[in-house]
Ligand binder design. Structure first.
Ligand SMILES: Nc1ncnc2c1ncn2[C@@H]1O[C@H](COP(=O)(O)OP(=O)(O)OP(=O)(O)O)[C@@H](O)[C@H]1O
Length: 302
């Protein structure tokens, strides 16, 4: 087996009295897309920026492609997309990308990459005058221009419109197909489900769950339907087979768990009919990554 792209053991990062990363152990396999998820302040950026060599850890070990983060040999092998900034504000987009390309032995064609990411019309625009989403896309271009072996993408699609988000997803898919290792952070659960081979959920600086999206969401299915808010779920539960559970979240959206078979489906529809309740959407689905994420990390704001 290939050695891991990133290997983190017992990582600790403190800022004064705040412990941002609290003994985190994580492996990102070579050639895979690893997505790090977590609520605001969970320690994702701290972890990723330590891997990039921008922050120093207070404990633990980190190896990136078998080397210490920040090792000079990594410059040609690792592409980095920061959460924000990293480009001199007055530099024109095209000029910056062409200059970045010159640092690499065998870069991608900057003009083709600008085209690919919808930035050709903005090639002569100074960075500070690009929109937030355009700045993001330029930063993504900079991360991949050098044909890296490993790419770190910190919230790559934050602030992107749907078209740009899909362009980013396509690019990540192609990187993976070419054997590039990708470590990304995201707040979009659908993005993680779609892109990642391995998902790591962190909270308060420690891992609370990890695995493939399918392993995390499990094989269990649930019935979801929408109807008017405030149905009497205690009454519904009395009609359902033993061991079933029902909740309303958010208002007007209902989830019923248990043995989701013909009996349960028939009971729910019959109960709704008897109550004069019109069902709008009705479907049997697996739990989503967002369900798992909220179960593990709670609903309170950070
Ligand atoms: N430079 C810093 N100085 C002081 N505290 C910091 C610094 N950077 C991060 N922190 C704190 O460390 C904790 C983790 O922050 P970090 O940015 O790593 O989280 P995150 O998971 O990336 O969050 P987000 O999803 O909001 O980007 C937070 O409590 C944050 O306030």
């Amino acid at each position: 087996m290939d050695s891991p792209a990133v290997e983190i053991v017992d990582l600790v990062k403190r800022y004064g009295r705040t412990t941002a990363v609290d003994g985190l152990t994580l492996t990102a396999a070579a050639g895979e897309v690893t997505a790090i998820l977590g609520p605001n302040g969970a320690g994702k950026t701290s972890t990723i920026e330590i891997c990039e060599g921008f922050r120093k850890p207070d404990g633990g070990t980190v190896r990136v492609l078998g080397l210490d983060p920040g090792h000079r040999d990594l410059r040609a092998k690792v592409g980095i997309m920061l959460q924000a900034g990293g480009v001199w504000p007055a530099t024109r987009a095209g000029e910056w990308l062409r200059t970045t390309a010159r640092f690499y032995a065998s870069p991608l064609d900057p003009d083709a990459l600008l085209e690919r990411l919808g930035l050709t019309a903005h090639a002569r625009t100074p960075y500070r005058r690009l929109s937030g989403g355009q700045q993001q896309r330029l930063s993504l271009a900079g991360a991949v221009i050098g044909r890296p072996e490993l790419v770190f993408l910190d919230e790559p699609t934050a602030g992107l419109d749907p078209q740009a988000r899909h362009a980013c997803w396509d690019l990540v898919g192609e990187l993976r197909a070419c054997g590039v290792s990708v470590v990304l952070t995201t707040h979009f659960m659908d993005e993680a489900e779609r892109l990642a081979d391995h998902v790591v959920i962190i909270d308060r600086g420690v891992i609370v769950a990890e695995g493939s999206p399918a392993a995390l969401t499990g094989a269990e299915r649930q019935l979801r339907f929408s109807a008017r808010p405030g149905l009497n779920l205690d009454e519904l539960l009395r009609a359902l087979p033993d061991g079933s559970a029902a909740k309303e979240s958010p208002a007007g959206h209902y989830i019923v768990e248990g043995v989701v078979g013909p009996e349960l489906l028939a009971t729910v529809t019959a109960w709704c009919a008897a109550e004069g309740v019109t069902i709008n959407d009705f479907g049997v689905e697996r739990r989503t990554l967002e369900d798992v994420f909220l179960e593990l990390t709670g609903r309170e704001l950070r």
